[in-house]
Design a protein around this ligand. Structure first.
Ligand code: NAD
Length: 297
């Protein structure tokens, strides 16, 4: 397929590389010259402008920092630049409302649209093992599936436009809450004299079992590959968790859900990001809980 790939950052560049390796015809563009340079170094041809990038595309794939970037690009000429009936595939993580608005703009301009945010991080993007959560009608889902299967190992059709973002936001809200819970449990265990391994052996096979403990364990030792073993190098950075919980908060407020833990988790990760955790793995929240805990009574 002929793919215009806009947004060649941490995630976009390795995703574009995998598309090229699979034989797709990719033309890249980014507003940052260094990103264009890096793309060319990786063998991805680049365009001089948004318009030139989209001009011959069948699929316009975007991987932007936020919904604002996406809507500005859609309103700023990207939709007009692509041939009629192009498929606009957005893989950024953005607000559900923004995803729906972007899809409406694309359709109104004579195109098709799908949202497909990812989980799996830069490592997953490089290895082609991302999980895609897709919001699209059935024909659009079928059309983007061959591309997504190149960049990911799991593709879930969640519903119509915006449903991919909705699934991503719900999942990451639960992830943020469960990591805070896991970290609090390990700090409480420390205070009560429990060894990390003993508590892990119990939780990982008991009813508290969750991904935050069994895969991304916030203490070093029990899970050798977890970021806690490398001083909380990400992994999934605190800034991104704070961002995703902000999106969840917007969705909670917009829908009127009587959630208490989601907003609290958003506040906790916002503080974590502001107090030095932005570039650390989100499991590093445990260090903040420890630091803020009183010494033994
Ligand atoms: P990034 O900031 O590294 O990359 C985004 C790129 O988009 C930048 O290079 C920026 O210059 C470019 N860009 C912005 N506006 C543009 C425009 N109009 N035209 C062309 N390029 C433009 O961000 P990232 O880490 O690659 O994340 C991208 C998206 O994926 C975000 O929405 C993020 O929340 C999501 N995500 C990231 C991760 C991760 O681990 N990094 C994991 C899952 C999801």
């Amino acid at each position: 397929m002929k793919v215009a790939f806009l947004g060649l950052g941490h995630m976009g560049l390795p995703m574009a590389v995998n598309l090229v390796r699979a034989g797709h015809e990719v033309l890249g563009f980014d507003v940052v010259p260094a990103a264009l340079e890096a793309a060319r170094t990786e063998g991805i041809p680049t365009a001089e402008s948004t318009q030139a990038c989209a001009a011959g595309a069948e699929v316009v794939l975007t991987m932007f920092p936020s919904g604002r970037h996406l809507l500005d690009a859609y309103r700023g000429g990207l939709l007009e630049a692509a041939p009629a009936d192009s498929l606009f595939l957005d893989c950024s993580t953005i607000n559900v409302d923004e995803a729906r608005e972007a899809a409406e703009l694309a359709v109104a301009a004579g195109h098709r649209a799908a949202d497909a945010p990812v989980s799996g991080g830069v490592v997953g993007a490089q290895a082609g093992t991302l999980t895609f959560m897709v919001g699209a009608s059935a024909p659009e889902f079928d059309a983007v599936l061959p591309l997504l299967e190149v960049m990911g190992k799991r593709v879930v059709h969640c519903g119509g436009n915006g449903a991919g973002q909705a699934a991503k936001i719900c999942n990451n809200m639960l992830l943020g809450i469960s990591m805070i819970g896991a970290a609090e449990a390990f700090v409480l265990g420390e205070k009560l004299g429990l060894g990390h391994q003993a508590l892990f052996d119990v939780i990982s096979t008991a009813s508290g079992q969750c991904w935050a403990v069994t895969t991304n364990c916030p203490v070093p030792g029990p899970v050798p590959a977890s970021p806690a073993n490398r001083d909380y190098q990400p992994g999934f950075a605190g800034a991104l968790m704070a961002k995703d919980l902000g999106l969840a908060l917007n969705a909670l407020q917009g829908t009127g859900v009587a959630a208490e833990l989601g907003p609290l988790a958003a506040q906790i990760y916002q503080r974590f990001a502001e107090e030095g955790g932005a570039g650390r793995d989100f499991s590093g929240i445990i260090t903040q809980i420890r630091d803020h805990s009183r010494s033994a009574l």
